[in-house]
Design a protein around this ligand. Structure first.
Ligand code: ZN
Length: 150
């Protein structure tokens, strides 16, 4: 294992063991649920939006370390951001996860550059069956965004 792989592993385990923003919202919000039957992951999301900005969110559900860490990182990454920016981050995350492992994009716009901790999930590409685990939170997020009127 390279030191980068090890660093990535640490980040994922940290989010899995100390998930950010767990719970539910009591104020006005939209709710979305996602499931990944092939692994048994579930992911529930409450999202509060005001003036086109994600003002608060809470996540719940359970599943494997990849699905839950991905959700926790997503929560950390998107709160306080504009919906248009969040849609762009979602797009870049999905591009990153779909790049064949071993490709090393040199484009300065490469998806990883705005993703922060989320980059640690690119190691998951080596295990194609787990990509759905990493994508679950983001597919659920897109559902929630589609329900907002903003
Ligand atoms: Zn999973």
């Amino acid at each position: 294992m390279t030191s980068l792989d090890e660093l990535y592993r640490e980040v994922i385990l940290d989010h899995y063991r100390n998930p950010r923003r767990r719970g539910s919202l009591s104020g006005p919000h939209v709710h979305a649920e996602g499931q990944n039957p092939s692994c048994g992951d579930e992911f529930f999301l409450d999202l509060a939006v005001e003036d086109g900005v994600i003002t608060d969110l809470a996540i719940s559900g359970q599943g494997c370390s990849i699905s839950q860490a991905s959700g926790s990182m997503m929560a950390d990454n998107i709160v306080g951001k504009r919906i248009s920016d969040v849609r762009e981050i979602t797009r870049k995350f999905k591009i990153m996860m779909s790049i064949e492992d071993g490709d090393n994009p040199v484009d300065p716009e490469r998806p990883g550059s705005v993703l922060g901790d989320l980059e640690s999930l690119q190691g998951v590409r080596k295990f194609p069956v787990r990509i759905k685990c990493a994508d679950l939170a983001w597919t659920t997020l897109e559902d929630a965004l589609d329900q907002t009127t903003e």
